[in-house]
Design a protein around this ligand. Sequence first.
Ligand code: URP
Ligand code: ZN
Ligand code: ZN
Ligand code: ZN
Length: 503
Amino acid sequence: TGFDLVVTNGIVVTASEVLSLGIEIGIKDGQISCLGTSLTRSPHTHIIDAKGGIVTPGGVDSHVHFAQDNSPTGDNFTTGSRSAIAGGTTTVLAFASQLKTEESVLPCIQNYHTRAKDLSYCDYSFHLILTNPTPKIMSEEMPLLIKQGITSVKLYMTYEPMKLGDSQLLDVLMAARALGFTTMVHAENSDIISLITNRLEAKNHTTPYFHAISRPQIAENEATYRIISLAELTDTPILIVHMSSEIAMKHVRKAQTRMLPIHAETCPQYLFLLSERLKGTEQDDFAGAKCVCSPPLRHDPNDLEAMWRGVANGTFSTFSSDHAPSTYDHAGGKKLGVKDGVMRYRNIPNGVPGVETRLPLLFSFAGSKPDSRLGLPRFVQITSSDPAKLYGLEGVKGNIAPGYDADLVIWYPDNHFPGTGLQIEQRNLHHAVDYTPYEGMRVRNWPRITVLRGEVKWDRENGGLKGTAKDGQFIKRSLGRIVVGRTGGEARGMMEGERGFWS
Ligand code: URP
Ligand code: ZN
Ligand code: ZN
Ligand code: ZN
C-alpha cells in the first residue's frame, strides 16, 4: 500500500483556498486520497516536485467541438484532446449533434462514442445538440441518455439547420424541468441575422468583416432576454453559452439578482479579440476569416471589459473555449468560399481554435499581480470547479480533495518567465489546424505538467506529450447542479399563484 504519487512543494489552489506551501497531495489508484504535510512515502511512491509552482485542478473545458460533421477540417478527438492536455485541460465536454431528419438520437450518440473511444488523450463526455426535439425523444430517449451519463443538451436559436422556434424551446424546457438535465442555449435572433445578411449580399458586402455587421448585439440581446423569459416562465435553469456583449450579459446579471437560475458562459475570444480582427492584413486580404465565430467578435473595447467583469464578479459560471476550429489554408477550410478573389463570409465555417490556450490566457490575469483581474480561487472555479458542478461531475472532477480524480496542472512559479512572459505561437500548439488567433500574444505562465488520473500526460520540459490517445475515458455524468440562484420562487411577471393552474 502507500501512495502511488505524491505532489510536493507546490501551492495548491482550489475554488475556495490557496493552501500554504508545504501541503502535499497524496494520490492512489488515480484518485486524490489525502492532502497533508510530510506524507509518508513507500518504495513505490513517485514524487513530483512542483518546485514552488501553483497546483490547480485539471481544466474542465465544457464547450468544445471535436469531430463534428459540420467542421470537416477541424480537430478530431485525438488532435483536439492532445491540444487540451498540453494546455492543462483534462476533461472536455464535446457535442454530439442530431440531424433534423433523425427521429432517434440514440444512434447519434453511439456514432459520437465511436468517434471518441480509444481516440482521446483526455477524459470526455458529450452534450446532445437537439435540432428536432420530438415528444418521443424528450419523454423516452432523454431518460435513457441520462442513465447513460449524458445529462445536458444544447439548443440553437439561430443557424437554419439547427434552430428551434419558441414552442420547441418551451418543449425542451418543460422536459428539462421534469428530468433535470442541463439546457445550454445559443442565443442569437435568427431572423435579424437573415435580414441583414440578405441586404449585405445584395450590396456585395461579403468580406469577413461583414460577418460581425450581420450579427449585431441586438440579435444577441433579444434572444438572451427571450430565453431567460422562457426559463422564468417554466421555472427551469438554463445556461447561455458564449456570451459576447454587455447589453446581453446585463439580462443575465439582472435575472441572477432576482435569484433566477440563469447561468452563462463566456470564452477567451470575447475577452481578448475585437472585430477589427475580421479585416484582412496587408499580406492577406482574407485573413479575417480566421476570426469568424458566432456570436461575432465585437467592435467596442467596452464589451471586452464587460466580459472581464462578468468573469470576475460571478455573472459567468463557466469559461470555455468553444474550440470550433477549421483549417485556414485548405479546401473546405476557412478560405472556403473564395471565388474570383472575393470571399463570402456566409461560407466561412464559424468558430476559432482555443482549447490549448484557454487556461494560460486567463491564468495570466489571475493572482495578485498589479494587472490581475481575478483571484486564483476564482480562476479555478470558473475554469474547472463550476463547469464540473454544472454538468454533473461534482465529486469526480474540478477539485483537489479526497475522492476526486487526480487531475492536476502544475504551473511554474510566478516570474519563471522573465519580462513579458511567453509568446503564443502556432508552431508550439497541438491542434490540427494551421493558425491560432492569439499568435504573438504573451502569457505569463504555461502548464509545466498535466496529470490525468494520477499519471503525467504532459511534461513541458521532458518531451511534451506523454500520453496516448487511449488514455481518455468517457465519463458518465450525474445531473448537473445549479451554482447560482435557485428555483422554486414564483416568477415575477405572473399573477400570484397563476402558474399553479398549469405547471
Ligand atoms: O462560431 C461558433 N461558435 N461556432 C461553433 C458552433 C457554436 O455555435 O458553438
Ligand atoms: Zn513505480
Ligand atoms: Zn453556439
Ligand atoms: Zn460552440
